[in-house]
Design a protein around this ligand. Structure first.
Ligand code: HEM
Length: 655
């Protein structure tokens, strides 16, 4: 039943939101005072930036967080939660959300720029005035992770400010939202997360935490602001948001607890340190906010069905206030000294790897000495959950989904899990040869299984087609028909990406650069997996979206690529220069010290591994060819039967 438009203004006025912002700021000040994060005068002789910088830094951080969260939430409301108009055009409420996002992005630019200046002043222990005027701030921005991160946040928010005025469609709002969600992850790449020993896990969990918080807190604020627009479909909006909020509560809770644990190091520190007590405060806030969510589901959303909006808006008003206070608590927490930094005397290898250098590899260690990569684990859990949800939707509808495809999907995910979190995952950043095993499996084994699982077809069959033409399914169809996908899935382009990636990564400085930190390593692994998926989608993929070459051409392409791959491996085996020399020198392994020998072994593994997918793909193509032939023959026979029944003669059999 279409939602009745109403002219009565409900939702939360700006004044109220500014009020809760002030409450959040006040919470921050109290937390800093009681938690030990308040600025203190340094011991005599040490540079002192002064109390202004000391207080302005966390306050500007809080404003930057709050504004960033609001930009992410309001653009998300416009792009995905509010129904779109004709051809995806923004309806009035969505247009208002985008304008709100532009204002909030402007605040975010100013607040983050202030945070940048105060961070630099605090870093050098100089007053803010000197920091702004001095020449050093530009090199701080360019040469430090913190400086670069804050600059990127400013630039992305700036993009939202400048582009918002020309956004007219839900898809346009989607691009703004993407920029906004990338910008809010800034705090995860600097601060406590970057300095802890297991920085990979700390950063990944904080990224997930900030994304969850932004969609949840920003989303609710966006819903309440959009509801003020006469005619805004609050019932649809609130129902869709409620689903999103459920996932956010789970993501924020898990990632927050993981992150808090990395800083606390033991249960004793939970009650034994102010950091622990503040984290407990956040847990309490999460439980309270979760309860509000439950009350919405059991009380206010049903009332919305009957057209009564006030209960929802009243509860949402309290909820937004608690959320603002929690964000204040969070920024205070990030300024509070942590009891456990894991900072024992970490070796160069440990700060590079994020874990101690393992002993020499054995078959048992390569198989069982796991080291969980939180980033990949998170991605794999989401991929498994989405695929399982899709097949369950079809099963509930009575539609069949071939078991072989599910087996292929989970098999492909298992290969990625083994290669990123198993023993190979622990040794791949340590030994070039093991890195090559990981690379080959991610590039040439897992993708074949994943594309044979037809995930796009499953998504298109399981996702609901929304009456307003919007929603995830529409987005997926648009992406599949987009020019970018059409170009990327051209057999020659997919092949070029697959092959050139190899030569570019290993025979240039790209490998050194990417091995320097966790995110570079992750990007390299993601490139191998995605370029493999693209290439094998073109060759043996079941999903729509690619230009299908005739089978003989595909087999030819496969053999040509295997030849280029073999050439790459031979070149690697005979390459006299050590790839990643600076990185392996910094690791300083006390065993297997002959780097050239290890590299040669890596080349050999690349060569041997190349044969495996050739066989897999040729087998898959052969089966597909036979099936395609059989389908064609059956279709022809059916047509002949129809003709005979109609009393006519048939044309000659094709082929
Ligand atoms: C189980 C509950 C939660 C726990 C254990 C938790 C824990 C944490 C931890 C450990 C950090 C990193 C702080 C640091 O850098 O040292 C953090 C950051 C953050 N949390 Fe939570 N959190 C929880 C729930 C929430 C909720 C419900 C919200 C918002 C409504 C929230 C908002 C934030 C924000 C905005 C940051 C980033 C602060 C900054 O660095 O600028 N958290 N959280």
């Amino acid at each position: 039943m279409a939602e009745q438009a109403t002219t009565r203004r409900v939702g939360l006025p700006w004044a109220y939101l500014l009020g809760v912002l002030a409450a959040g700021g006040l919470t921050l000040v109290v937390v800093l005072l009681v938690g030990g994060g308040a600025p203190e005068r340094p011991p005599p002789g040490l540079p002192d930036a002064g109390p202004v910088v000391g207080w302005a830094l966390p306050v500007s951080r809080f404003l930057a967080d709050a504004a960033g969260v609001l930009v992410a939430g309001t653009t998300l409301v416009a792009a995905a939660l509010l129904p779109a108009g004709e051809k995806g055009a923004l309806e009035p409420a969505a247009g208002r959300s985008v304008r709100t996002a532009a204002v909030a992005a402007g605040v975010s630019v100013v607040a983050t720029a202030a945070e940048l200046v105060f961070t630099y002043a605090d870093f050098l222990g100089i007053p803010a005035g000197q920091a702004v005027g001095g020449p050093g701030i530009s090199s701080f921005v360019v040469d430090t992770v913190q400086g670069r991160t804050l600059l990127v946040q400013i630039l992305l928010s700036g993009v939202v400010v400048l582009a918002a005025a020309s956004v007219r469609t839900a898809r346009g709002a989607g691009w703004l939202s993407l920029a906004a969600f990338v910008a809010v992850t800034g705090p995860a790449l600097a601060g406590h997360a970057a300095s802890s020993s297991d920085h990979a896990l700390a950063q990944t969990s904080l990224v997930l935490h900030l994304l969850g918080v932004s969609a949840w807190v920003g989303g609710l604020a966006g819903v309440c602001l959009a509801a003020r627009v006469p005619g805004a479909p609050l019932r649809t909006l609130a129902t869709r948001f409620s689903w999103l909020a459920l996932w956010c509560v789970v993501a924020v809770g898990i990632s927050g607890l993981v992150n808090a644990w990395l800083r606390l190091g033991s249960f004793g520190e939970v009650a034994g340190s102010s950091y622990g007590l503040l984290a407990l405060g956040k847990l309490f806030a999460l439980v309270l906010l979760g309860t509000f969510g439950w009350l919405h589901r059991t009380r206010t959303l049903p009332r919305l069905e009957d057209g009564s909006r006030r209960p929802f808006v009243r509860l949402a008003a309290v909820e937004v206030a608690v959320m603002a206070a929690t964000v204040g608590l969070a920024v205070g927490l990030s300024r509070t000294p942590t009891p456990y930094t894991g900072q024992r005397s970490t070796s160069a290898a440990e700060s590079l790897l994020g874990y101690p250098l393992p002993p020499p590899p054995t078959a048992a260690r390569l198989l069982f000495d796991a080291h969980v990569d939180a980033t990949w684990l998170g991605i794999l859990v989401v991929c498994a959950a989405l695929y399982a949800t899709g097949t369950r939707v079809l099963a509930r509808r009575g539609d069949r989904w071939p078991v072989g495809r599910s087996v292929a999907w989970y098999g492909g995910l298992a290969v990625v899990l083994l290669m990123t979190s198993g023993g190979v995952g622990r040794y791949a950043p340590v030994l070039f040869s093991v890195h090559m095993v990981q690379h080959m499996a991610l590039n040439m084994v897992a993708p074949i299984l994943l594309v044979l699982a037809a995930p796009v077809t499953l998504a298109l069959r399981a996702l609901p087609a929304r009456a307003d033409g919007g929603g995830v399914r529409r987005l997926l169809v648009d992406v599949l028909h987009s020019r970018v996908v059409r170009v990327l899935t051209h057999p020659l382009v997919a092949t070029a990406v697959f092959v050139t990636g190899l030569y570019l990564v290993y025979f240039s400085d790209v490998y050194d650069f990417l091995m320097e930190d966790h995110w570079g390593h992750f990007l390299m692994q993601a490139h191998f997996l995605l370029s493999g998926a693209l290439f094998f989608w073109v060759l043996v993929g079941v999903d729509p979206g690619t230009r299908r070459l005739p089978f003989p051409f595909r087999m030819g392409l496969m053999l040509a690529v295997m030849a280029m791959h073999a050439f790459f491996s031979v070149a690697l085996m005979s390459y006299g220069t050590v790839i990643g020399a600076a990185y392996y020198a910094a690791l300083d392994r006390p065993w297997s010290t002959d780097l050239v020998a290890d590299q040669r072994l890596g080349g050999g593994i690349g060569w041997a591994f190349g044969e495996v997918p050739t066989l897999l793909v040729l087998a898959a193509m052969f089966v597909q060819w036979i099936r395609a032939d059989r389908r064609e023959a059956e279709a022809y026979d059916r047509m002949l039967d129809r003709r005979e029944r109609a009393g006519g003669d048939g044309p000659a059999r094709p082929g």
